[in-house]
Ligand binder design. Structure first.
Ligand code: HEC
Ligand code: HEC
Length: 220
């Protein structure tokens, strides 16, 4: 009896590790194999070590899939990802989305201005927090914020239905480029975000934006 229980516990353990055993039953490369092609820029398990590539560990799966398809179709502007994404089928992209979602987001170790970050926190609360909740720390949105704070597993909100990536701890140069694309209109922003970004930049222009980005950088 005790042994049966032990075997069961081991089986459950193996299932919890997840992706790899499941992917074996599948055709084609495993998620792990696919993800290795991304390490060179996005780091091991999506923890990017350089400012040019965003960290993608812990990415919201829906956001990941939408963004990769957007790159593939040329709808999301990119320097590199457009070419890379074309090499993967939708099924590959789904597999990788699951793989990276299961990894931990590692905040970037980067310099920031303390004063600016303080100012940025207030601005973030006013203009961005509504969607990028908890200081921009929740990948995929805070619709379930109440439930999340009540639960233990706050970082793994698998049922989350909003589609965006977290901002807190993301590389500043990457975020700055994204904001420039959004403002120039080459990357499409959600309408409400556009309004908020316009309000944010109304008085002080990019100085306010830089403050918000410093706030994200300060969360390490
Ligand atoms: C040569 C470097 C390089 C490689 C290899 C690479 N990426 Fe990227 N990735 C980037 C850069 C740079 C960006 C920012 C968009 C751009 O300019 O192309 C990015 C952006 C992304 C984003 C968007 C993140 C966000 O926060 O919006 C995702 C998702 C992504 N890459 C997934 C992948 C996957 C999956 C692979 C492997 C199949 C991969 N990347 C391989 C450099 C790379
Ligand atoms: C109404 C909701 C909403 C508001 C308000 C909002 N955002 Fe967003 N944000 C989104 C969504 C949705 C996306 C994903 C867009 C996409 O899929 O391309 C996003 C994406 C982003 C990204 C790109 C992240 C990445 O990894 O590429 C940045 C940067 C960003 N927002 C910054 C801000 C800032 C700064 C503010 C406040 C001035 C703000 N947002 C306000 C909904 C919002």
């Amino acid at each position: 009896m005790a042994n049966t229980l032990k075997t069961l516990a081991m089986l459950v353990g193996a299932a919890a590790i997840g992706v790899a055993p499941l992917a074996l039953a599948d055709d084609g490369p495993t998620a792990q194999m696919l993800a290795e092609n991304c390490n060179g820029c996005h780091g091991t398990d999506g923890a990017s070590a350089g400012p040019a590539s965003p960290s993608i560990g812990g990415s919201n799966s829906e956001y990941f899939v939408e963004t990769m398809k957007g790159y593939k179709e040329g709808k999301v502007p990119s320097t590199i990802m457009g070419r890379i994404a074309k090499g993967y089928s939708d099924a590959d992209i789904e597999k990788m989305a699951g793989f990276f979602n299961g990894k931990k987001f590692v905040p970037a170790k980067q310099k920031f201005d303390q004063q600016l970050a303080k100012k940025g926190e207030k601005l973030h609360d006013k203009y961005c927090e509504k969607c990028h909740e908890d200081g921009g720390k929740i990948p995929g949105g805070g619709k379930k914020k109440g439930e999340q704070s009540a639960g233990k597993d706050k970082d793994k909100d698998e049922e989350s239905s909003d589609e965006y990536q977290l901002l807190a701890g993301q590389w500043t140069p990457y975020l700055r480029w994204q904001m420039a694309d959004f403002i120039a209109g080459s990357r499409e922003m959600p309408k409400k975000m556009k309004q908020k970004v316009e309000q944010l930049r109304e008085k002080d222009g990019d100085a306010n934006l830089e403050a918000v980005l410093s706030f994200y950088a300060s969360q390490q």
